[in-house]
Design a protein around this ligand. Structure first.
Ligand code: PLP
Length: 395
């Protein structure tokens, strides 16, 4: 069966350019980058190149890039590392948003259990954090603010520059999880005033299990992984050299191709959404109408159960996601859909479609055709009625 992958926000394939760059570091050049002999030096040289490429992609300096095992570790480190460094200060307040990735939200819960007060900023119905709300909550106890650049469920892109500047004006440390934004949004950490930034390999056609944290040179942070002197003594453990090489190349390509990729994705995304809206009634498009990731289509289908829809699409070889909704089988709307105040009925019928640049119009036509048939089938057996459903973009 010809399969169609529409879950790029969950993970992506490793591009051949990236894989080719990595291969030698699995085979001939297997030295430990901390070793002083020639094998070690060539591995270390590869890390230097990778660091430079990542730094260039976000406007940082190479010595501000630290390799981690992925965005989850980077987010844990950003929050816990700052809290640990400043553990003896009076600043015990942290601000984040209600729509962050669980690797931020769960870390914040941990910090709450350690005596921190955490403010979870609400977002509007399109998923935007309000600057006024942020300003209102910043106070003399605020140690740091962490707001994601772009959301992984609804694709909304925050006004990161304005947010960063608001935070910087108050002398507070600003971190952003840019895992979904790299390659889609132009980021320059110096121009934007970002102190720390999280990114990950496997969301940008790089390998899994590798990520980075940008930490501006003037930011003080403690390690959370203790061991050897790797990463300037701030992150123990032998560096994943092939992974780091892959991450470096993936960042370089993502930035090199940002305009052409975004244009193509946006065109395909809008074709997809228009086609769905023309073909299927009672559908709502979530996230910001314009300020949205070029690959992101989060759709709520009235009178439909998203899990059933996802599974029936899967039988046709079409891979979509129900987001982080109902991941355990419990019918609990995702925290993001709750935060944008989607009704529980609509949240239960929400799927996330995230396209890649390899998608064609034929693929989209095929998917929408299948969607139409499956949605009809599910609605025919749905106990929900039109009257029980809230807002739609089309009826
Ligand atoms: C995928 C994702 C993460 C987690 O990344 P890993 O590298 O898989 O740990 C964190 N934040 C966002 C926004 C993501 O999309």
């Amino acid at each position: 069966m010809n399969r169609i992958y529409l879950d790029s926000a969950a993970s992506t394939f490793v591009s051949s350019e990236v894989l080719n760059e990595m291969m030698p570091y699995f085979t001939n050049m297997y030295g430990n980058s901390s070793s002083l002999h020639s094998f070690g030096r060539e591995a270390n040289d590869a890390l230097d190149t990778a660091r430079e490429r990542i730094a260039n992609a976000i406007g940082a300096k190479p010595n501000e890039i630290y390799f981690t095992s992925g965005a989850t570790e980077s987010n844990n480190w950003a929050l816990l590392g700052i809290a640990n460094f400043y553990k003896n200060s009076d600043k015990k307040h942290i601000i984040t948003s209600q729509i962050e990735h669980p690797s931020v939200l769960e870390t914040c819960k941990q910090l709450e259990s350690m005596g921190y007060k955490v403010t979870y900023l609400p977002v509007d119905s399109e998923g935007l954090v309000s600057i006024a709300e942020l300003l209102h909550n910043l106070n003399n106890d605020t140690l740091m603010v962490s707001i994601m650049s772009a959301n992984n469920e609804i694709g909304t892109i925050q006004n990161i520059k304005a947010i960063a500047q608001t935070v910087k004006e108050r002398g507070v440390i600003f971190h952003t999880d840019a895992t979904q934004a790299i390659g889609a949004v132009n980021i320059n950490v110096k121009e934007m005033g970002i102190d720390m930034l999280t990114l990950s390999g496997h969301k940008i056609n790089g390998p899994k299990g590798i990520g980075a944290l940008y930490i501006a040179n003037n930011v003080n942070i403690s390690p959370i992984i203790f061991g050897g002197h790797q990463e300037r003594g701030l992150r123990g453990g032998t560096v994943n050299v092939p992974g780091a090489v892959g991450l470096g190349k993936a960042c370089e390509i993502a930035c090199r191709d940002i305009i052409i990729n975004s244009q193509k994705l946006r065109r395909m995304r809008d074709y997809f959404v228009d086609k769905v809206m023309e073909t299927i009634p009672y559908v709502k498009l979530n996230g910001h109408k314009f300020q949205r990731l070029p690959n992101s289509i989060c759709l709520s289908f009235g009178m439909v159960e998203a899990e059933a829809l996802m599974m029936m699409l899967d039988l046709e070889g079409i891979a979509v996601s129900v987001g982080s909704a109902c991941s355990t089988g419990a019918v609990e709307p995702s925290h993001v859909l709750k935060a944008i105040k989607l009704s529980p009925e609509l949240a239960a019928g929400t799927i996330r479609i995230t396209i890649s640049k390899s998608i064609t119009k034929e693929d989209i036509d095929f998917v929408v055709e299948k969607l139409e048939v499956i949605v009809k089938k599910l609605r025919a057996i749905s106990p929900l009625t039109k009257a029980s459903i809230g807002e739609f973009d089309n009826v």
